[in-house]
Design a protein around this ligand. Structure first.
Ligand code: HEM
Length: 435
């Protein structure tokens, strides 16, 4: 198909679409989807950007050969922050990283991590009771919870001291991260702009902390080195990059999912009743365990429904290394191809009454529903998928066994759609004991 006949928005002045995407990406993609339901494109500078929101095309994108696709611009740029770990490596190197890290995500390991997941969720519930809290910023609390879980499961220590430093540096780096997406960032980087300096400072701080953690771990016997024990024989630089990748990729996304789950449940008391009925009948008074996961069907549906409505990874992107011909659409090489979970998960062609929170719908949704891909797909599917699902189910089960949450704000939370989808200004709820 000739490029000029392919549907898509047009820039009325150079950079107009780029600015619209930067300003409010969710609004931009939602608006375009109404006009162009399956595929569209525009041009930014010399690059074509394609958006696919038809499940078949998304599958082609995610399961395409690694030799044909690379990560999109945002993830390539996140190399600046994460170095060359599993999330950012490409091709053969990526496969080697994946093989190296896979043992830490085996089913038996996740069963063991379940103990830590419940212990930490329970400690949080008890600390709320002890502090006599009412109102909390549940996003902040969930970030702390998932950070402690990821550091204990992956490193064997809870990193309480470092938690604050890491989260501050991460916030600072993410604030300026949008800058790195600018086409001329490489030039900008050499200039003394305050935002660039803040990004560099935050990055250096994160790396200094992680380098120290790697050194500390090296001094321990192998069985106490956590995931670093799978990285024997690789350079210290690579150990640091992998550890930072796992610490960051492994806590914010799940914290966002838990935050949105609490938010949705706080507004759907009927679903809380069903959830608690399930917890009572499956667990009675005892704490949940990893081997309850299969039986906690409704709890799992709550998690899936949350990931559908508020996918923490709200869009995946790839750059194609070869020209493609998809259904007659000729996509030139090195285009940026985007597949937004945010759009497909909310499309009424694939989910009835898509904006409604209805965990029950998961009784009828097939296991590999192609319009639902919160963890991506293909060779680069999230390595932490099983970990995250287990963590979300066990944390929700532990919290809702004893507690409920009431909404404080009437309005829907304002969202920030950067690298991840999260509430823009935290999310306040009231914690109340279960009646
Ligand atoms: C609800 C929670 C989570 C969501 C929604 C999520 C989502 C995703 C998605 C969509 C990707 C693929 C990105 C792409 O194709 O460009 C991904 C990759 C990845 N995730 Fe997750 N993730 C979650 C939790 C975790 C956890 C708990 C960990 C680690 C413990 C983790 C570690 C990673 C890593 C290392 C990759 C890169 C994998 C590779 O390229 O081989 N994620 N995640």
């Amino acid at each position: 198909m000739r490029v000029s006949t392919i549907p898509g928005p047009k820039n009325r002045f150079p950079g107009e679409i780029f600015l619209q995407v930067q300003k409010d990406p969710l609004k931009f993609f939602t608006r375009q989807h109404k006009t162009y339901p399956d595929i569209y494109r525009w041009t930014t500078g010399s690059q074509q950007v394609w958006v696919v929101s038809e499940p078949g095309l998304v599958r082609q994108l995610l399961t395409g050969k690694p030799s044909e696709f690379q990560k999109g611009r945002a993830l390539q740029r996140s190399r600046l922050l994460l170095g060359n770990g599993l999330l950012t490596a490409e091709g053969e190197e990526h496969m080697a990283h994946r093989r190296m890290m896979q043992p830490a995500f085996r089913k038996e390991c996740i069963q063991d991590y379940g103990i830590v997941m419940v212990e930490e969720s329970d400690a949080l519930v008890r600390s709320w009771a002890k502090r006599g809290v009412g109102e909390v910023d549940i996003h902040r609390e969930m970030m702390e919870l998932t950070f402690t879980i990821i550091s204990r499961t992956m490193l064997g220590i809870s990193l309480e001291q470092e938690r604050h430093e890491i989260s501050q540096a991460l916030e600072q780096a993410l604030e300026s991260f949008q800058l790195t997406l600018l086409p001329f960032f490489d030039l900008l980087r050499r200039l003394p702009f305050p935002a660039v300096r803040r990004f560099e400072e935050a990055k250096d701080k994160l790396h200094a902390i992680v380098d120290r953690l790697v050194q500390d771990a090296e001094a321990k016997p192998p069985e106490e080195r956590g995931i670093l024990s799978f990285l024997d024989g690789v350079s210290d630089q690579l150990k640091s990059d992998q550890l930072l990748t796992i610490l960051l990729a492994g806590h914010e996304t799940t914290a966002n999912a838990l935050t949105f789950a609490v938010h949705l449940l706080s507004r759907h008391p009927q679903s809380v009743r069903k959830l608690q009925e399930e917890l009572d009948s499956a667990l009675g008074q005892r704490q949940p365990r990893a081997d309850d996961y299969r039986r906690l069907t409704y709890t799992r549906w709550v998690v899936e429904e949350t990931l559908r409505l508020y996918p923490p990874a709200w869009m995946v992107g790839r750059s194609n290394l070869k020209a493609l011909d998809w259904d007659g659409y000729e996509i030139p090489e090195r285009s940026l191809i985007l597949a937004p979970q945010w759009i497909l998960h909310r499309d009424n062609r694939y989910f009835s009454e898509p904006l409604e929170f209805r965990p029950q719908r998961w009784a009828d949704i097939p296991k590999n529903e192609p319009a639902y891909f919160p963890f991506g797909g293909g060779a680069r599917i999230c390595i932490g998928e099983g970990f995250a699902r287990m963590e979300a189910v066990l944390a929700l089960a532990t919290m809702f066994q004893k507690l409920e949450f009431e909404p404080i704000e009437v309005a829907e939370p304002e969202l920030s759609a950067g690298i991840t989808l999260r509430p823009k200004h935290g999310l306040k709820v009231r914690v109340v004991p279960r009646p």
